[in-house]
Design a protein around this ligand. Structure first.
Ligand code: C2O
Length: 545
């Protein structure tokens, strides 16, 4: 493959949105950040220089990083963050992946403005498994705050309460016509009547699942998380933070201007959320797009489902089928069951002003462990250098306590431990994880993302997972393949993968506020035999903490 060199300079940039200007961190002054375009098999060499004021690291979301966790990016997990003034070069090869992925900061809430698309075309000479579109556009959904998002997070962590909700959603970093002072910068996607375009939809929002629709136009889903799917047609896409969804759209309507719009989806109210709507415009290149006096005509808005329309969301998700048959691991060596819950913890740090009842604050945990990111080093560096005391490998494979996960049980039943606990997997083992979303304390969706892997989604259901009955209904024939999967309140999702990528790999909820509360764990996948099954040597100039 080809080698692509890029320079990414993280820098404060004046950005004007919603009638005011503020300094935010960007890459090379671009917002959204640069689109990386490569072919399957190519290598990326990205020299990142931190000219900003915050520690930062970058993550290439969904890239498998085979044997190369050093390039994965989550701060304190695979590397120390790059300090202001520092530099780190990410070097990685795309191995057998095609489609849309993205990259984002993996430090606190910096990904609010530090993100961009990563597009992987088929190898030269091969093509898509669908008719080649005449035009392609990345479509990045995002979230905007009228304050520095790092300050929003800081405030939330000090009080221990939920953070302030965002002030706008965005499409390609623009809020669009329905927000103040945004009209003239609304993103426009030009089309010729009759052509079929490919939209590479990425949900880069920090804390919100979104519905997306285009007025009067259907979408055909062909790929998600850089894996092709069996095509299916839909009026509405539901997309969780971290996920990508490629859709084909045929411009088969009367030439005009049509709104594309996105708004919040949550299957339960949970904490307060932003319920505004972002728009862009699908604009036919035709005279009909102008009114008599020469000004552009007003587009039609699509029908978007209500924020809590779980039927539409679930019906959409249920349509996904994989194309890769016969590769699902059938025999399972590691049968894991992880509960995912929010809750409250007694305040242990005097700096936290606890605003929950009885001197408590929010927390989040998996199998009763609230994840703590190390400070003085990264887990991967500690592993490589045999530094003791940084992490343990006693993450519990099943919850220490069993009860009705769908009930709103009292928090007294469940007081999480805090720790940097990993679960160790043998190289090559076949892993099944049932992710059980519990209704303890508050009821929320959790889009769960696994680094370094994609996985088969073999089953999903409501209520408590039943190990004696539910596996009989698993789809082991053509399950979808994802790197991020939504889990719904009081419901479960079963995933399977082969532990063929050695390293330290984070698994976490992609709602960033939940990471701050500890909704994460990590796998330590041991080396196999020989160099081709082992972690590569660390690159030069790994940042130090
Ligand atoms: Cu897209 Cu750990 O993140």
């Amino acid at each position: 493959g080809e080698i692509h060199h890029h320079q990414f300079v993280i820098q404060p940039t004046a950005v004007n949105r919603l009638c005011q200007t503020q300094q935010v961190m960007t890459v090379n002054g671009q917002f959204p950040g640069p689109t990386l375009q490569v072919h399957n098999g190519d290598t990326l060499v990205i020299k990142v220089t931190n000219a900003g004021k915050y520690d930062i690291s970058l993550h290439w979301h969904g890239v498998r990083q085979m044997r190369n966790p050093w390039a994965d990016g989550p701060e304190y997990v695979t590397q120390c963050p790059i300090k202001p003034g520092g530099t780190y070069t990410y070097r990685f090869t795309i191995e057998n992946q095609e489609g849309t992925l993205w990259w984002h900061a993996h430090s606190k809430w910096l990904r609010a403005t530090v993100y961009g698309a990563l597009i992987i075309y088929p190898k030269p000479g091969s093509s898509y498994p669908f008719l080649k579109p005449t035009r392609e556009f990345p479509l990045l959904l995002g979230e905007w705050w009228n304050r520095d998002p790092m300050q929003v997070l800081r405030q939330a962590m000090i009080t221990g309460a939920a953070p302030n909700i965002s002030d706008a959603y965005t499409i390609n970093a623009q809020p669009g016509d329905l927000y103040a002072c945004s009209n003239k910068d609304t993103t426009i996607f030009p089309v010729e009547a009759g052509e079929t375009i490919l939209l590479r939809i990425i949900n880069a929002a920090l804390n919100q699942q979104l519905f997306f629709a285009i007025a009067n136009h259907q979408m055909t889903v062909v790929e998600a998380d850089a894996v092709y799917t069996k095509p299916f047609t839909t009026n509405v896409v539901m997309i969780g933070p971290g996920q990508t969804t490629n859709v084909l759209v045929t411009a088969n309507q009367p030439p005009s201007r049509y709104y594309m719009a996105a708004t919040a989806y949550a299957s339960a109210p949970g904490v307060a959320f932003d319920n505004t709507t972002t728009t862009a415009i699908l604009e036919y290149k035709a005279a009909a797009c102008k009114s008599k006096n020469g000004s552009p005509i007003r587009p039609i808005l699509p029908q978007l489902p209500a924020w809590n329309d779980t039927n539409t969301a679930n019906a959409f998700t249920a349509q996904f089928r994989g194309l890769s048959k016969g590769k699902v691991p059938l025999e399972i060596h590691e049968n894991l069951f992880f509960t995912i819950n929010l809750g409250q913890i007694n305040c242990s740090r005097p700096s936290f002003r606890c605003q929950g009842p009885n001197n408590t604050r929010f927390t989040a945990s998996m199998n009763n462990v609230s994840f703590v990111f190390p400070k003085g080093t990264s887990i991967l560096q500690a592993l490589y250098q045999n530094t003791p005391g940084v992490f343990t490998t006693d993450f519990p494979p099943v919850p220490p306590l069993q009860f009705d996960y769908t009930g709103n049980v009292s928090r007294g039943l469940w007081t999480p431990l805090r720790g940097t606990k990993l679960y160790k997997l043998k190289f090559g083992s076949h892993v099944q994880i049932v992710l059980q979303n519990t209704n303890i304390f508050t009821v929320e969706d959790h889009p769960m993302h696994l680094h370094g892997y994609h996985f088969f989604v073999v089953g999903t259901g409501k209520g408590n997972f039943d190990p004696t009955r539910d596996p009989a209904n698993f789809n082991l024939v053509d399950p979808p393949v994802r790197n991020t999967i939504g889990t719904t309140p009081g419901g479960w999702v079963a995933i399977r993968f082969v532990a063929d990528n050695p390293g330290v790999w984070l698994m976490h909820c992609h709602l960033d506020v939940h990471i701050g509360w500890g909704l994460a764990m990590a796998f330590l996948v041991e080396n196999g035999v020989g160099k081709l099954n082992s972690i590569e040597a660390p690159p030069p100039q790994l940042p130090q903490c």
